[in-house]
Write a new protein. Structure first.
Length: 220
């Protein structure tokens, strides 16, 4: 006998939402706000060889590791992707991502364009990618300086790479200019909500629709 539609468990393939931008455009800020108010979304916490900033918490913002440990993780295939960015090494641990997806969660990534390219080769159908542009290069520099977490040398090094970073915008599904943070948050939430409704991600739809069609039409 056919199950009633309302008793069918609505299963969905988890998706991987990637945010990339030149350094300082606002990925971390947007990610934190998005996670505050979005169920079924988990942040991927990267490993990095970069020194910890004063405001950062190990295990929440990054897993801070040395180069030897990083090389061990990358050669043992424990990273989904990895790259050298602004002179430091960064990578995405594989196990927590696979576990979260297996539990029906979506996973949020704050990674650069090199990591995104690697992820595209591995898991394109499950990826949703967003590139975040700053309103201007002057505002980008202002944000990096007022964040006050990096030395003047580090800010200069990141600004020197900003044009090259921006040149990758066409590789992304969505592009937004992070002028107003609240407006950007609304856009990212809208993208995620719409992507969750994509037909191919709703695994139980065929079963659900069959059950709907098997119901007797209401009598007049
Ligand atoms: N729309 C915005 N308007 C003004 N300031 C913003 C906006 N978005 C972010 N900021 C500020 O800009 C600074 C940089 O933002 P954030 O750290 O989120 O950038 P990021 O893209 O994560 O940088 P990185 O790539 O270096 O990790 C922070 O001080 C943040 O508060
Ligand atoms: N390819 C990857 N890039 C990553 C990862 N984690 C962070 N990043 C990117 O590095 C820069 C600099 O970050 P910051 O925290 O030092 O300011 C930024 O573009 C991040 O998106 C990662 O695991 N893989």
């Amino acid at each position: 006998m056919m199950q009633a539609p309302q008793t069918i468990e609505r299963r969905r393939r988890g998706l991987m939402l990637i945010l990339s931008s030149p350094s300082g455009a606002g990925k971390t800020t947007l990610s934190r706000l998005l996670l505050e108010n979005m169920p079924q979304l988990q942040m991927s916490v990267s490993v990095t060889t970069r020194p910890r900033r004063p405001s950062e918490i190990s295990g929440r913002d990054y897993h801070f590791i040395d180069r030897e440990e990083f090389d061990r993780l990358s050669t043992s295939d424990d990273l989904l992707e990895h790259a050298e960015v602004y002179g430091n090494f960064y990578g995405t641990p594989k196990t927590p991502v696979m576990k979260a997806l297996g539990q029906g969660m979506d996973v949020l990534f704050d990674i650069d364009w090199q990591g995104t390219q690697q992820m595209m080769r591995k898991a394109r159908p499950d990826l949703v990618t967003i590139f975040i542009l700053p309103p201007s290069m002057a505002e980008l520099e202002r944000r990096l300086r007022t964040r006050a977490q990096d030395s003047a040398d580090v800010v200069a090094r990141r600004m020197a790479k900003a044009h090259d970073d921006v040149s990758h915008w066409r590789e992304y599904d969505y592009v937004l200019v992070n002028d107003d943070i609240e407006a950007s948050l609304v856009s990212v939430r809208a993208i995620l909500i719409a992507e969750r409704l994509k037909r191919d991600r709703q695994m139980s739809l065929p079963e659900f629709v069959s059950a709907l069609q098997a119901e007797r039409p209401p009598s007049d």
